[in-house]
Design a protein around this ligand. Structure first.
Ligand code: FES
Ligand SMILES: [Fe+2]
Length: 398
């Protein structure tokens, strides 16, 4: 039977997940959801902190409390916690009485702020955060879309972002107008735990100002480079060499619950010259494209992304179909069973790579020795968490 990756699959704890825009966390604790669990984010005087959103005393949500300097204070009985989770005061015990050993708020393995987002890794992540090189390049303007929320699971939305064959059908009113239905063979290159997809296309580029003047043709070359990092971090760079334009899209997903995914999209473009009106128009257009995608994705009757386990003998990444025409599968019984839910073709090579990368993440998590749900297992882990936080404080620019 094939496996599906749901928004609450436990293996996803071993990844970095965006949980808020940077500007959404100010001086009050903020409640967020991740993998079906509640977390609280807080800006303490000595940096950003995150905890499971349950006070160890009576399990009240810490997000209902408040921040005081370097501590978060539970709103129910006033217990105080520092960023490590240690309880520093229990008012009802009186001053100077040590807290019980188990009176600890539970931090994630790591919390960082980067790329305009706050990220949590509940357990030790298998991959680093995705890089967004354009964010540091001169000449690029950056514009965020308002975060969207979808009932589709994060796996499906990531797959949709990597899929190009749907452009002429789903996006006939926007980017897909007049696009060729043929998807030319393209390259998928493994890159760490993720991969890079490179395509060369010919597309209409009406945003090139030299099209209107007749200096450039409307249909131009476009080099598309997708970078994927598990579990749900993506970036797409579109190079238009004829127009000399670069348009990058950062697309990162927060699997909140089954039936709820939050979507963070940022555009980084070098052709807008800092023009606020053009940036706003670019964001409106991208939102329209995303809305077209979501309208279809939300109609899928799938609670998760079907994963690919055993490598099929026929390899779509090499331009071969993993199933034969009869549908029996070209790859033996085990792989056939894994592929049973979907039929992949050459054009789906990026989506096949996604299913494999996520299957590999799940397999790796399954092989780990069992321990408490994502909590640091011992002092060594605890120290690493602290070291990670220190590193974060050094590197974050906000
Ligand atoms: S429930 Fe948090 S202090 Fe009692
Ligand atoms: Fe799309």
């Amino acid at each position: 039977m094939s496996r599906r990756l749901k928004n609450t699959t436990a293996a996803l704890r071993h990844g970095w997940h965006p949980v808020a825009r940077s500007g959404e966390v100010a001086d009050k604790p903020v409640a967020v959801r991740l993998l079906g669990e509640p977390w609280v984010l807080a800006r303490l005087d000595n940096g950003l902190a995150a905890f499971a959103d349950r006070c160890p005393h009576r399990l009240a949500p810490l997000s209902a409390g408040r921040v005081d300097a370097t501590e978060i204070i539970c709103g129910y009985h006033g217990w105080r916690f520092v960023a490590s989770g240690a309880c520093t005061a229990i008012p009802s015990l009186g001053p100077g009485v040590p807290a019980p050993r188990r009176a600890r708020a539970i931090p994630p393995w790591g919390v960082v702020e980067r790329h305009g987002l706050i990220w949590i890794a509940p357990a030790e992540p298998f991959t680093d955060l995705i890089e967004i090189p354009e964010a540091d390049e001169a000449g690029f303007d950056s514009v965020w879309l308002e975060p969207s929320r979808s009932s589709a699971c994060a796996g499906l939305l990531a797959d949709n972002f990597l899929d190009t064959a749907h452009f002429p059908f789903v996006h006939a009113a926007t980017i897909g107008a007049g696009e060729d239905t043929l998807v030319a063979p393209y390259r998928v290159t493994p890159d760490g735990e993720g991969f890079v997809v490179q395509m060369e296309q010919r597309v209409a580029n009406p945003e090139d100002p030299k099209v209107a003047t007749g200096e450039h043709p409307l249909v131009q070359r476009r080099w598309s480079t997708y970078v994927y990092r598990p579990p749900f971090m993506l970036r797409l760079r579109l190079d238009y060499p004829d127009a000399g334009m670069i348009n990058t899209i950062q697309f990162c997903l927060q699997p909140e619950d089954e039936g709820s995914t939050r979507i963070y999209t940022r555009l980084l473009r070098d052709d807008l010259g800092g023009d606020a009106a053009r940036m706003a128009e670019a964001a409106r257009f991208e939102q329209a494209v995303l809305d077209e995608d979501l309208a279809l994705q939300e109609r899928f009757d799938l609670d998760g992304l079907p994963l690919l386990g055993d490598l099929p003998r026929a390899d779509p990444l090499r331009g071969e179909s993993p199933r034969d025409e009869s549908g029996r599968g070209a790859s033996g019984r085990g792989a056939d069973a894994d592929l049973a839910e979907e039929v992949s073709i050459r054009a789906d090579a990026a989506g096949v790579a996604l299913r494999r990368a996520l299957a590999s993440l799940v397999d790796r998590a399954t092989r780990l020795p069992a321990r408490g749900a994502g909590q640091p297992a011992d002092d060594r882990d605890r120290l690493r968490t602290t070291a990670h936080r220190t590193e974060f404080r050094r590197t974050t620019s906000r």
